[in-house]
Design a protein around this ligand. Structure first.
Ligand SMILES: [Fe+2]
Length: 420
């Protein structure tokens, strides 16, 4: 654990501020992929960007003896504006709970530094897992070159993350290829060593309500990421946790057109219903954590009211423990909710066997800060009293979750535990 922390910090220092250095290879990030639910214990997807069409990957358990991947490792995608190629490799046959080392590079031996990652333990294992939670890293005012996001990445790099989940609005305008590459460059200190599993936000997708591709990502997203299923609504198990990422599209525009996603009886809704039912029946799973961009409950107008009447009942029915979101650039945390009613809560810092789902809006990890949250809402437990960029470190220990929220100066602004 200590070794991983030191290695993480070393990599963060080595790579901060570089773009396509080390033999013109960069923007490396890990993920899990697969047609259905990915096998997180035996596989790892590595995606990177390189100048040149002959990049490759070597990996192994011994950092001094890395072997060239024999599998068909790369899908080459020429990106017209960036004059580079994206590579996607899926390493298979890995051993659960092991540390692997890898490097990417070109035939002329210009290799990246060696990175490491750890495969997930066997399904159902109850160990300590550390998950980075961030979102709304979009490069708008105050974060035009991801300056705020870079600060947060440097802070998160101090933790031995098992994975990080992103609440969407990765970039300000999803049609701008350059922004995706700049984000991936900034994020690399944590995404090259722990899988990065984002849900997309309204800024990441097509917002033109009349277009066929409304609420869908641009080609650059599919070219640059390697996620499970349809890349938008997907799930995976890690240890004793079931994660579900849900695409909320551009809810504000969609509501006016009757195009809100996840409407009852839609294909996506049925998928979510089946997925949550199966997870709750799975004896290996203690926790179900759903994450999406738009909140279902939040102060103000930024949530999706329609989801309170269609998705929330699913969360109630299958006892989803946490619903993590972004969109509103204010951090706020609610009492556990069931049937639209807030649970009684004695201690504001402890959810002890709560009757309901805990809803959290995770603020912003870079996007311009919005006004302060309001606390005159029956379900509100905590909202930040000043404008702050935030990220969270979620530690899962068997039947306990500790959720610590930090600002970009690494001061803890909120902390709670959830026990079941
Ligand atoms: Fe946002």
């Amino acid at each position: 654990m200590i070794y991983r922390s030191v290695l993480t910090l070393f990599i963060a220092i080595m790579l901060s501020g570089t773009i396509l250095a080390f033999g013109q290879t960069g923007n490396i990030h890990l993920s899990w992929t697969g047609k259905n639910k990915p096998d997180v214990s035996h596989t790892m997807a590595v995606t990177w960007n390189a100048i040149g069409s002959k990049s490759m990957i070597c990996y192994g358990e011994d950092s001094l003896d890395l072997k060239l991947s024999k599998s068909p490792i790369a899908i080459e995608v020429f990106n017209g504006s960036s004059k580079s190629y994206n590579y996607k490799a899926r390493l298979t046959g890995l051993t659960p709970g092991r540390t692997y080392y890898y490097k990417c590079g070109t035939e002329d031996a210009k290799w990246t530094p060696i990175y490491s990652f750890k495969t997930a333990p066997v399904a159902g294992s109850e160990q300590e897992y550390i998950i980075g939670v961030w979102g709304d890293t979009q490069n708008n005012a105050g974060n035009l070159a991801f300056e705020q996001t870079e600060r947060i990445v440097k802070q998160m790099a101090h933790y031995p993350l098992n994975l990080s989940i992103h609440m969407g609005d990765i970039v300000e305008n999803g049609s701008v290829e350059k922004s995706w590459y700049e984000f991936l460059k900034i994020a690399q200190p944590i995404t090259a060593i722990a899988p990065f599993m984002p849900a997309l936000g309204n800024h990441d997708v097509n917002n033109k309500t009349k277009e066929k591709e409304f609420q869908k990502p641009f080609p650059i997203f599919y070219d640059s990421f390697n996620l499970p299923g349809d890349h938008l609504n997907y799930s995976y198990d890690y240890g004793n946790i079931h994660f579900v990422a849900v695409n909320s599209g551009f809810a504000q525009g969609a509501a006016k057109e009757g195009k809100t996603l996840m409407q009852k009886e839609s294909a996506d809704y049925k998928w979510l219903d089946r997925d949550l039912a199966s997870a709750r029946k799975n004896r290996n799973i203690t926790w179900i954590i759903l994450y999406a961009h738009y909140p279902i409950y939040s102060f103000g107008v930024s949530h999706i009211p329609e989801w309170q009447s269609n998705i929330s009942p699913l969360l109630d029915q299958y006892h989803v423990d946490l619903c993590l979101t972004g969109h509103r650039h204010v951090y706020e945390r609610h009492k556990a909710m069931r049937n639209g009613i807030a649970d009684r809560q004695e201690d504001q810092m402890v959810y002890d066997h709560p009757n309901g789902t805990v809803y959290i809006t995770n603020g912003s990890s870079g996007g311009s800060l919005q006004g302060l949250g309001g606390d005159n809402m029956p379900s509100m437990v905590y909202t930040a009293k000043e404008k702050v960029y935030t990220y969270a470190i979620m530690t899962v220990q068997g039947n306990k979750i500790i959720y610590d929220v930090y600002n970009s100066k690494n001061a803890k602004i909120d902390s709670f535990s959830l026990v079941k």
